[in-house]
Design a protein around this ligand. Structure first.
Ligand code: NAD
Length: 297
């Protein structure tokens, strides 16, 4: 069976291409090495994970004509479409780039897949399409377009195009909504990657999102789910959450990291002049209450 993985040199795409190739599929990866993060890293993760066993085509899927020509010539049975600009913060700066890379390129792939006679398209969407719901369990039917970032709006729009083109061309359509994916070669702009790079060189980490929780999902689970869905039965056009089902708070994440980097609380003041706070809050408050009883009445 011939399988195309778009965004195949990316974090999830490299893992997926490697896994499917090991399972015996005839896999080909497509990527344009978008400079969202370094091309060298993409090259390294792709080669390390696939061991050079998966061919890679350099193609920008924004070029609809070339995309169609290439897919019609290669005639795959299946297309996993992962190529996109990821990440919420950059989408606030460059919303139009997300309309291009996450919507227009997706429409090019969907149309080309139809013309090439593909039987199953599997699309990488995101839990961000649920918007800001707080800590409620998210069911697939709960996405209603009330999103809170251009990235999520683009994914939600792309999902709609997936349903439309599955209807127009009659191929099977599987939409995955991933919840924060992590693991080896994890994207360098995401929290765990950013923390690890700093901790490895003994630098302080800057923590945003205290009190928030994320459903961190390990890459192998994501890849296993995506591979298993290749043979799913049921509806022609379906949406599936791929998560871990156990949200991890920022405090839990930091506590786990501390087990591996016991020195991670070292601050600039400690490095510079040995400052180390010793009085725990309960003890400090007890001393203050004792003082108040004596002097404040
Ligand atoms: P990634 O940036 O590592 O991979 C995406 C790849 O797509 C990159 O290598 C990029 O060069 C390529 N690409 C982008 N536009 C292209 C184009 N026009 N033509 C050809 N190649 C192009 O990101 P990732 O984390 O592996 O994400 C893969 C997919 O999963 C994306 O669609 C992303 O939105 C989605 N997703 C990821 C997460 C996560 O936690 N990593 C969560 C939800 C959804």
């Amino acid at each position: 069976m011939k399988v195309v993985v778009t965004g195949g040199a990316g974090f999830i795409g490299s893992h997926l291409a490697a896994h499917l190739s090991k399972q015996g599929y005839d896999v080909i990866a497509v990527d344009c090495f978008h400079p969202y993060y370094s091309a060298e890293r993409k090259e390294r993760q792709f080669q390390t994970l696939t061991g050079g066993r998966v061919p890679l085509v350099r193609l920008d899927l924004l070029d609809g004509e070339r995309t169609k020509r290439w897919l019609v010539e290669f005639r795959p049975d299946v297309v996993y479409h992962l190529a996109a600009l990821p990440g919420v913060p950059y989408s606030l700066e460059e919303p139009f780039a997300y309309i291009d890379y996450d919507i227009k390129a997706t429409v090019n792939v969907l149309a080309a897949a139809g013309e090439a006679g593909v039987s199953h398209v599997l699309f990488a969407s995101s839990s961000s399409v649920y918007g800001d719901r707080g800590n409620v369990p998210l069911k697939e039917e709960m996405a209603d377009g009330r999103v809170v970032s251009p990235y999520a709006a683009a994914k939600y729009g792309a999902e709609s195009f997936c349903h439309a083109y599955a209807h127009l061309y009659g191929y099977q359509m599987t939409i995955f909504r991933y919840f924060t994916v992590y693991g080896p070669w994890g994207r360098p702009d995401m929290a765990i990657g950013t923390f690890l790079r700093r901790l490895l060189v003994g630098e302080e980490i800057v923590v945003y999102g205290k009190g928030t929780a994320r459903d961190y999902t390990y890459i192998d689970d994501i890849v296993a789910g995506m591979a298993a869905a290749l043979h799913r039965s049921g509806g022609r056009s379906e949406v599936f959450n791929l998560g871990a089902g156990a949200p991890v708070t920022m405090e839990q994440l930091l506590a786990e990291l501390r087990k591996h980097f016991p020195d991670m609380n070292i601050t600039k003041a400690e490095r510079a002049f040995g400052y180390k706070p010793k009085v725990a809050f309960a003890e400090g408050l007890a001393r203050t209450v004792a003082w108040a009883r004596e002097y404040e009445r």
